[in-house]
Design a protein around this ligand. Structure first.
Ligand SMILES: Cc1ncc(COP(=O)(O)O)c(C=O)c1O
Length: 426
């Protein structure tokens, strides 16, 4: 058996000369990349460290440049610029919420084309504060999607309101506007869509429904920094919230943001994030410590400068995958929308989990966002949600698989992902 190490420099046929000689002396063959891909398993397979050929025949290392064991599903881009920015804050001694946070808020409000942005300690606390700022609480209902990260629903639970789940559109994976109106009751106070995978929900229609029924629109845009729908930026519909968790399109390590054009909402959120403070040590109401640090804001200011470039790379990577993966069920972008591909999510009608395992064995990390919709989560058991019928949500949870699409993928890694998906699927 011959085990070749993965090459660090190129995944194109990189034959290691001394091992080649050895293999040839043993009567083996040096294979091109194409033939290695087509090689006749079970004799040959790729291991985490190289191409293993139990017959001693294959002599190619086929994995792209390594940054770890797998091509990861997400990889934040942190450069000396962010490191210097954090060092500058630390040297200033002004560590907690202050000038850097204010500057970050101003720049983020500009991105979204709104008057106010309020930074918070996470995307979850941004959602929590947005609901509180809208006065939503016990006895209120909030119409939302179950096909999301659990934080979207948890925030509704934190304020004591009831989530009312409606189904998604099976193409966009976002809240179906047609299903919203039937779910409105006299207790409904807000609609909370999620711009899942970087794809804006149908915010124009949802806003119109909210306006007609006097409901608040709280858009969970945690995954959609820089996205837009029908010419308007995500973040400018009603009140929106963002997350800056490291896997997101931009990061501050931990952090979040609320955007709004409403001064009362911005003021309420500002107060609540800092213990309901009206003036020093005078507290209007029981608030929280949901502040962002200046270090995090300094990272965010740098990341925001690069967001357009990060997103363009995501969009270009997605376009490449869609072109190469013709025949698979790939993401659909609604005309007039800017989908920023937080995730590149395909649907596999069968054997999704086996396919994911096979990709992992070939050095590609994939993820299922999300395998268990929120209405089926154990944390929400006993609330009658098991009787909620969300067929598109359930089917999506069984079929979706996200492939790496992030901006730090090299072209070789991207080619490798497309070629490997195609090979395994065919
Ligand atoms: C859709 C959605 N909502 C909310 C959150 C919560 O954000 P955070 O992790 O910053 O609290 C996330 C983060 O993963 C998310 O993806």
């Amino acid at each position: 058996m011959i085990l070749l190490p993965w090459t660090r420099y190129t995944w194109r046929v990189r034959v290691l000369a001394d091992q080649l000689e050895r293999a040839q002396a043993e009567g083996g063959t040096a294979w091109s990349l194409a033939s290695a891909r087509a090689c006749a398993r079970p004799h040959c397979h790729r291991s985490l460290t190289g191409v293993v050929c139990t017959l001693g025949q294959h002599m190619v290392a086929t994995r792209p440049p390594t940054h770890g064991t797998l091509i990861p599903i997400a990889r934040p881009i942190i450069t000396e610029e962010e490191i210097d920015a954090v060092a500058q804050v630390m040297r200033s001694g002004e560590l907690v919420q202050g000038l850097w946070v204010a500057q970050f808020e101003e720049a983020f409000a500009d991105l979204c084309g709104v008057r106010y942005a309020v930074a918070t300690s996470s995307g979850t606390t941004a959602l929590h504060l947005a609901l509180l700022a809208h006065g939503i609480g016990p006895g209120d209902e909030v119409i939302t999607t179950a096909f999301t990260f659990i934080a979207s629903t948890n925030a509704i639970a934190y304020v004591g309101a009831e989530p009312v789940f409606v189904d998604i559109n099976p193409v966009s994976f976002t809240l179906d506007p047609d299903a919203i109106e039937a779910a409105i009751t006299p207790r409904t106070r807000a609609v909370l869509p999620v711009d899942l995978y970087g794809n804006p929900a149908d915010l124009v229609r949802i806003q119109e429904i909210c306006n007609r029924h006097g409901l608040a629109l709280i858009d969970d845009a945690s995954q959609a920094h820089g996205a837009a729908t029908q010419g308007k930026p995500v973040g400018s519909f009603g009140t929106a919230t963002f997350s800056f968790y490291p896997s997101k399109n931009m990061t501050t390590a931990e952090g979040g943001m609320i955007t709004t054009d409403s001064l009362p909402i911005a003021e309420a959120a500002r107060k609540l994030r800092h213990h309901g403070t009206q003036q020093t040590y005078i507290h209007d109401r029981i608030g929280y410590n949901f502040r962002l640090t200046n270090m995090a804001a300094a990272i965010g200011i740098v990341q925001l400068k690069h967001l357009r470039d990060f997103n363009e790379r995501r969009i270009a990577n997605a376009a490449y995958l869609t072109e190469k993966l013709a025949g698979l069920s790939t993401p659909v972008v609604r005309p007039g929308d800017r989908h920023v591909f937080h995730q590149y999510t395909i649907r596999l009608p069968k054997e999704r989990d086996r396919f994911s395992d096979d990709l992992k064995a070939r050095g590609i990390e994939t993820r299922v966002y999300y395998p268990l919709p929120v209405h089926r989560q154990p944390a929400y058991a006993g609330r009658g949600f098991e009787r909620v019928f969300l067929p598109h949500t359930d089917r999506a949870a069984e079929q979706v698989l996200s492939l790496p699409v992030h901006p730090s993928l090299s072209s070789e890694e991207l080619e490798y992902i497309a070629a490997t998906v195609l090979e395994l699927w065919s």
